[in-house]
Design a protein around this ligand. Sequence first.
Ligand code: AMP
Length: 215
Amino acid sequence: MNLIFLGAPGSGKGTQAVRLAEKISVLHLSTGDLLRAAVKNGTELGKKAEQFMTAGELVPDDVIVGLIEEKQTSGALGSGFILDGFPRTIPQAEALDAMFGRVGAKIDRAVLLDVDDEEIIKRLSGRMYCSGCQAGYNYPANMPKVEGVCDKCGGKLVRRPDDEPDVVKNRLEVYKKQTQPIENYYRNQSVLLEIKGIGTPNDIFGRIEEGLGVA
Ligand code: AMP
């Protein structure tokens, strides 16, 4: 199964995409995770991407499309995948279609997690992750046993620089302006699956399983 996960920052798409990829045994590919690793390791890609990410802006289409093209030509996407955070613009969606068109592949479903702005801001302001093992936490729903310390590895919990309140506001605006139009792009291709993204993670996962027929 070839899937795309769509949704505003903080909609829970990362959490749900990881869980679903494990359940249906396909690759989970998050462009945000790839870019954060590149920034951390100081690679060329990281140097190109960092200033955009820190400001909550999108990395230029050619950079990100090049990254996905590399994955596709290396065969990493051949046995099914969930793309999490890509595409994020109409040109990226078109580039993806062209890339798959050349090898006779297609996107089966684009799963959209629908969450209102108020809830998004609340979630992002409570989001922390471990600077050691990258495990995610959310205050107050999923707090560590010891304040500021990862339950799994004892690492220090930090906030993503782009989860700071000013940057969050910009990321939401960028989402509305540049990413939301792709909802219609996939609606027009009759592959959009809209899921209510409010409730417990288990409830939301159940809706996704049901919608995709993999329960
Ligand atoms: P995420 O973890 O998906 O919220 O992504 C974090 C940041 O990485 C975004 O705010 C963008 O700066 C950058 N990014 C991730 N995916 C893309 C993409 N498909 N196109 C452009 N920028 C991206």
